[in-house]
Design a protein around this ligand. Structure first.
Ligand SMILES: NC(=O)c1ccc[n+]([C@@H]2O[C@H](COP(=O)([O-])OP(=O)(O)OC[C@H]3O[C@@H](n4cnc5c(N)ncnc54)[C@H](O)[C@@H]3O)[C@@H](O)[C@H]2O)c1
Length: 452
C-alpha cells in the first residue's frame, strides 16, 4: 500500500521504517527541512537501536520529503505523527496537528484515503481532524471525487526498543467510526498482526509472539485507551515510590517489596522499580492532558493527580538525600551518571537529570555529568545550563562529593568502582534506579544509598 507519514520524529520515523520494512511504499514527511536533509543523506536524527540497519533494509520502499505535494497524492493511508507538546494548562498544544491536517486536506487525491491520528491527542480529536480536513478540501477547486475517513491508531512504543515494539507489539488499537477505514488499516497491518514478515536477524521474533491482537473500536475509545494506558503505567511507578518512602521509615527493602508484589500475576512485575520517578515526553504530558480533559467535563481524577505529585516529590528526594549526606550543598560538586530520560535513547524531554541538575545548580552545586549517547543533544538543547560534560564516568567522579545514578545505562553497572572511589573527594553514590550492586560498591569503598 502507499503510505504517507507526517512528522518524522521518534514515532513517525519508527512507524515509517517498520511499514516500509514489511513491504509498503512509505513517504516520510517533516516540515523540519534539516531533518529531512539529514535523513536523505543517511544521517539519523535520533538515537534508536537498530534504526540505521532497518532503514538500510527498507531503503527501496522508503522516501523522505518536506513537500506535502509529493507525499500525499496517491497515498491510501496518511499517518499524522506530529508532536503534541504540553501547554501550561496541561492541555496539549494541537497547533502542529491542525497545520498537518489542513496541509493533508489540500493534497488528498486518492478516491478513498484513511487519515490516521498516531499522535497522542485528546478525546474528540478524531472528529476535529475530520472537520479540518473537510474545510481544507472544501476550499479546493478540485474537490469532487474525494472521500476520506479519520481513524485513531495510538502508539505504544517505548523509546529504546521502539522497533521491537512496532514489529512485535502487545496489541494494535484502531479506532474508527467507518468500517472501510478499519478494513484498510487491517490490510496495512496484516503482516504484523499475522507475523508473516521475515524478522531481521538483529531483531528476532520473540518465541511467544505468534500473532498480535487487534482491538478495533470507536474513535473516542481508542483515544482514551492511549491516555488511560500511560496514566496506569505512571501510577504504578508512583505507587511503588510511595511504598518506597514508607519502606524507608519502617526498615523494609523496597526492591524485595516490589518483587514480592510483582510475582502476583494480577499485578505483574513491570514498572515496579522504586527510584527517581518517570520522565520522558509522554507520561508527564499525557497525565496532564488527561486531567485537563476531565476538567473540561467537570471531573477530577484524584488518582492521576496523586501519581503526578508523588513523581515530582521523588526529584526533591534526591536533593534531600544529598543534603542529609553532605550537610552543606553550596560549593559541592555532584556528578550525574546519565542524562537521557531512560537508557538506549538520546531523548531528554522531561528527563529527571535536567530537573535534578537545575535544583542542584540553584543551591550552588557544581554539576558534572556523563551520558553515553545524549551528550550531543544535551549540549544543543541545554548548553546554557552550566553542566560540565565529561567523557566517561571516571572523569565525572573526579573531585565529586557525590555521584547520582540517574539513567540506568548498562555500562554503568560494570564500572571499575575502585577507580571511581579513588577519584571522588567523598565516595558516596545515590542510586536513583536501584540498578547497581550495593555489595560491589561497598567493597570498593563507596557509601551506597538507593532512592526509595
Ligand atoms: N516518543 C514516544 O515515545 C511516543 C510514544 C507514543 C506516542 N507518542 C506521541 O506521538 C506523537 C509524536 O511524538 P514524537 O516523540 O515522535 O515527537 P517528535 O517531536 O520527536 O516528532 C514530531 C515531528 O513532527 C514534525 N512536525 C511538526 N509539525 C509538522 C507539520 N505540520 N508537518 C509535518 N511535520 C511536522 C516535527 O518537525 C517533528 O520532527 C506525540 O503526540 C507523542 O505524544 C510518542
Amino acid at each position: 500500500m502507499r503510505v504517507a507519514i507526517i512528522g518524522t520524529g521518534y514515532v513517525g520515523l519508527t512507524t515509517g521504517v517498520c511499514l516500509s520494512f514489511i513491504g509498503h511504499q512509505v513517504s516520510c514527511l517533516d516540515t523540519d527541512e534539516s531533518k529531512i536533509k539529514a535523513l536523505k543523506d543517511g544521517h539519523i536524527p535520533i538515537y534508536e537501536p537498530y534504526l540505521t540497519d532497518l532503514i538500510e533494509e527498507a531503503r527501496t520502499n522508503l522516501t523522505f520529503t518536506s513537500s506535502y505535494a509529493e507525499a500525499i497524492p496517491g497515498a491510501e493511508v496518511v499517518f499524522i505523527a506530529v508532536g503534541t507538546p504540553p501547554t501550561p494548562s496541561g492541555a496539549p498544544n494541537l497547533e502542529y496537528l491542525s497545520q498537518a491536517a489542513r496541509s493533508v486536506g489540500q493534497h488528498l487525491d486518492s478516491p478513498f484515503t484513511v487519515v490516521v491520528n498516531k499522535s497522542t491527542v485528546p478525546i474528540g480529536s478524531g472528529n476535529w481532524v475530520g472537520s479540518l480536513l473537510r474545510d481544507s478540501v472544501e476550499q479546493r477547486q478540485d474537490k469532487t471525487l474525494l472521500e476520506f475517513a479519520v481513524a485513531s491508531n495510538p502508539e505504544f512504543l517505548r523509546e529504546g526498543s521502539a522497533l521491537h515494539d512496532s514489529l512485535y507489539p502487545d496489541r494494535i488499537v484502531i479506532g474508527a467510526d467507518e468500517q472501510r477505514a478499519l478494513e484498510v488499516l487491517y490490510s496495512l497491518y496484516r503482516p504484523i498482526l499475522d507475523q508473516t514478515f521475515s524478522a531481521p536477524t538483529y531483531l528476532p521474533r520473540p518465541e511467544t509472539v505468534v500473532a498480535v491482537p487487534l482491538l478495533s473500536t470507536d474513535l473516542a475509545s481508542a483515544e482514551l485507551i492511549k491516555y488511560a494506558a500511560n496514566a496506569f503505567l505512571a501510577l504504578k511507578i508512583s505507587f511503588i515510590n510511595e511504598m518506597g518512602l514508607l519502606s524507608e521509615r519502617v526498615g523494609a527493602n523496597i526492591s524485595e517489596v516490589g518483587r514480592g508484589i510483582g510475582l502476583d500475576s494480577r499485578i505483574g512485575n513491570r514498572f515496579l522499580s522504586a527510584g527517581i520517578g518517570w520522565g520522558g515526553s509522554c507520561f508527564g504530558k499525557d497525565t496532564a492532558a488527561l486531567i485537563a480533559t476531565a476538567g473540561e467535563y467537570g471531573l477530577h481524577l484524584p488518582i492521576v493527580e496523586a501519581a503526578k505529585k508523588v513523581n515530582s516529590r521523588q526529584r526533591d528526594r534526591v536533593v534531600e538525600k544529598l543534603l542529609n549526606e553532605l550537610k552543606i550543598l553550596k560549593g559541592r560538586t555532584v556528578g550525574l551518571l546519565g542524562l537521557a530520560f531512560k537508557p538506549n535513547t538520546d531523548d531528554l524531554r522531561e528527563a529527571p537529570a535536567i530537573e535534578i541538575a537545575q535544583k542542584l545548580i540553584d543551591r550552588g552545586v557544581r554539576v558534572k555529568a556523563h551520558d553515553p549517547i545524549a551528550e550531543e543533544r544535551f549540549q544543543r538543547e541545554y548548553g546554557h545550563m552550566n553542566v560540565h560534560l565529561c567523557k566517561n564516568a571516571c572523569e565525572v567522579a573526579d573531585g565529586c562529593d557525590a555521584l547520582v545514578l540517574v539513567t540506568e545505562w548498562a555500562e554503568y553497572r560494570d564500572l571499575e568502582w575502585e577507580e571511581v572511589a579513588k577519584k571522588m573527594r567523598h565516595p558516596f553514590l545515590l542510586d536513583g534506579r536501584h540498578s547497581l550492586d550495593r555489595e560491589k560498591l561497598t567493597r570498593a569503598g563507596i557509601r551506597y544509598m538507593g532512592i526509595s
